[in-house]
Design a protein around this ligand. Structure first.
Ligand code: G6P
Ligand code: FE2
Length: 188
């Protein structure tokens, strides 16, 4: 059975700020929402970490959900600010990230602990195949802004990452960002 057609529409994206017009659902994540995710303790839980601006379409397998994410620059201890990161609830659902401004790293991990890290900068489109948890990390000094598109019924599994962490962390080293094993990762 196929579903009835939606009306075609467009949104305008400000590449520098990630603002969408019209701007329907905005999710605001503070450091308090990332409690327990960093190796070091959070000094100020009130600090804004990122916002997600979502284009509103029904979250079904025949639609493409999309959003901009605006991830602030900053660090907790040596670790750069990052998004919570998630597996898709339906594990094999894929996603594409197009970076619009700023610079960072996209860290991806399989459940067996294998990781792949890719650069994020304006003009790079990263393909995140199904089964890979994904987290973006702002390694720069300006907001990291990217547009993500994913299959509408993908859903979010945050719990696995909240419980086990990512296998690697991204820290500021002597010569820039370094990807290191996460001392707190819980291997399966
Ligand atoms: O959901 P998080 O892991 O906190 O990441 C923040 C956001 O990043 C991207 O924009 C994804 O497409 C969103 O679905 C996600 O919500
Ligand atoms: Fe996702």
């Amino acid at each position: 059975m196929t579903s009835a057609p939606l009306e075609p529409f467009a949104v305008t994206i400000d590449f520098a700020t990630g603002a969408l017009v019209p701007d329907p659902d905005v999710l605001d994540r503070r450091l308090a929402d990332l409690d327990g995710y960093f190796v070091a303790d959070i000094d100020d839980p009130g600090v804004g970490a990122y916002t997600v601006h979502e284009v509103r379409v029904p979250p079904t397998g025949n639609n493409l959900l999309s959003s901009t994410t605006v991830l602030a620059p900053g660090k907790v201890g040596d670790e750069y600010f990052f998004t919570k990161g998630h597996f898709h609830a339906i594990r094999d659902r894929a996603e594409i990230y197009l970076t619009l401004s700023g610079e960072g790293l996209l860290v991806m991990a399989l459940e067996d602990g294998r990781t792949v890290t890719k650069e994020m900068r304006p003009g790079i489109a990263n393909y995140v195949p199904g089964h890979w948890a994904h987290r973006s990390v702002n390694t720069g000094t300006t907001p990291l802004v990217f547009y993500a598109v994913y299959i509408g019924d993908a859903g979010y599994d945050y719990a696995t990452i909240a419980e086990r962490g990512f296998p690697v962390i991204v820290v500021e080293g002597e010569e820039g960002p370094e990807v290191r094993p996460n001392p707190r990762y819980v291997a399966s």
